[in-house]
Design a protein. Structure first.
Length: 231
């Protein structure tokens, strides 16, 4: 393990310690950023774009996210945040053709991947909430703001698409509003492959805002432990 990897590991360890200190049932929620209308409209293109490699990464992360959230209900209620901008949706639906695949081959493959995503999770789970957002920051949603003001939930754990854009902007938006922010890093997806050094810079920037970076296994361990203590 090199120095960068050791530093990243230390950041995750500190994030887990912070979550364990702050988590209380009834005070925490999960924000699913831009899993889009997987949970709101089965007709929406689950792949989100025509980049097959990215789509497969989305599906892998989506399955992990869905399992994690399912295991933690009802201790960790979920709000699904989706774009409410038709232009942005049309951009997400841009079906680019990869090298080596013809038009029909790519379309068939995308249809298969969309069907797989819909099989993983196609409807909102009972008790979950969905809120539209007008821009990249989820906290710009007036509906979400109203819900949070009434709920009293101050510890927010984020998953979603994409890590260096909407997830990052939402994390910044939540931190600016005084919420305790945690990004579940292995439940986020990026547009491109980045180096460890890039991610380390991202984590350090988030830490400076008071945001913690955690992994799904630590989240499950901490929340399940809290449940055991509260019984």
């Amino acid at each position: 393990m090199n120095q960068t990897e050791r530093t990243i590991q230390q950041i995750f360890e500190r994030g887990a310690q912070a979550l364990e200190a702050m988590f209380r049932p009834g005070r925490a929620l999960h924000l699913g950023i831009d899993w889009q209308k997987l949970y709101c409209d089965p007709g929406f293109a689950a792949s989100q774009c025509g980049d097959l490699k990215r789509t497969q990464k989305i599906l892998t992360t989506l399955a992990r996210m869905d399992q994690t959230v399912a295991e933690l209900r009802p201790l960790l209620p979920t709000c699904w945040i989706y774009h409410d901008v038709p232009l942005h949706q049309s951009l997400l639906l841009d079906e680019r053709i990869l090298d080596g695949l013809g038009v029909e081959q790519a379309r068939r493959k995308l249809d298969e991947l969309r069907a797989e995503a819909h099989h993983i999770c196609a409807t909102v789970r009972p008790g979950d909430r969905c809120f539209p957002k007008p821009g990249y920051d989820a906290y710009q949603s007036r509906e979400l703001q109203d819900y949070l003001a009434q709920s009293g939930m101050t510890v927010h754990l984020i998953s979603g698409l994409v890590r260096n854009d909407c997830v990052r902007k939402s994390e910044k938006g939540g931190a600016a509003r005084g919420y305790q922010m945690f990004v579940i890093e292995d439940l986020t997806v990026n547009d491109y492959e980045y180096t460890d050094e890039f991610y380390l810079g991202l984590y350090i920037e988030a830490n400076r805002r008071g945001t913690h970076c955690v992994r799904a296994d630590d989240v499950k361990r901490i929340i399940n432990k809290a449940q055991g203590l509260s019984v």
